[in-house]
Design a protein around this ligand. Structure first.
Ligand code: SAM
Length: 180
């Protein structure tokens, strides 16, 4: 486990989630377990033709797995520059540096038009704020997968439950409709 992630776990235990917020971050850094990442990418049927955007990309694990295990290209957007640097180094070590990019910035300021798949582990409130942007910028047929949080009254096309080390995760898939 990276030192930063360990520090975050300790902060969560000792002082609550506020200890893991980078200034300007709207949700704290909490990673998706690797097995759940793989299930998210399978749920979106990610393949070599895809460009996967993880909005709030943390340590980069979703984008790196999309490139390394599913042959996709990927972009991670993360407000914390230290996590961006960590992600870039992890991508280099995983041998996928030529197929992934990590950007330091605000996910709401990110152009999504190139994405064919968007992955999220944020909050229902952030998902709802993102929803108009997603429907405006993504092409019909693009897939969105969210770990644990829904999109209000936009019903998912599929829902999957995953259990990892006694913890259950709910994954939801939406597909951008033709007319939105
Ligand atoms: C719950 S973590 C998810 C990390 C990763 N996607 C995963 O599933 O392992 C959410 C991440 O979003 C980042 N974040 C929060 N608000 C953001 C914003 N407005 N723009 C970009 N990143 C943001 C946090 O710093 C944190 O790393």
């Amino acid at each position: 486990m990276p030192h930063r992630a360990l520090a975050c776990v300790l902060a969560l235990v000792l002082v609550g989630a506020a200890g893991c917020f980078y200034p300007g971050a709207e949700v704290p850094y909490v990673w998706t377990p690797h097995e759940v990442v793989a299930e998210m990418l399978r749920l979106a049927v990610v393949g070599p033709g895809d460009v996967v955007y993880d909005l709030g990309s943390g340590d980069g694990r979703v984008v790196i797995a999309a490139a390394r295990d599913f042959g996709a290209r990927g972009v991670g957007v993360e407000i914390d520059p230290k996590l961006v640097a960590e992600s870039t180094e992890s991508a280099r070590r995983a041998g996928v540096a030529d197929r992934v990019t990590f950007r330091a910035g605000d996910l709401f300021q990110t152009d999504l038009t190139e994405a064919t798949v968007v992955t999220l582990y944020l909050s229902t409130e952030l998902n709802l704020r993102l929803r108009p942007k997603i429907l405006r910028e993504l092409r019909p047929g693009a897939r969105i997968v969210s770990h644990d949080f829904d999109m209000g009254d936009w019903a998912p096309a599929r829902t999957v439950r995953v259990h990892v080390q006694e913890r259950g995760s709910q994954l939801r898939l939406w597909i951008v409709p033709r007319q939105s």
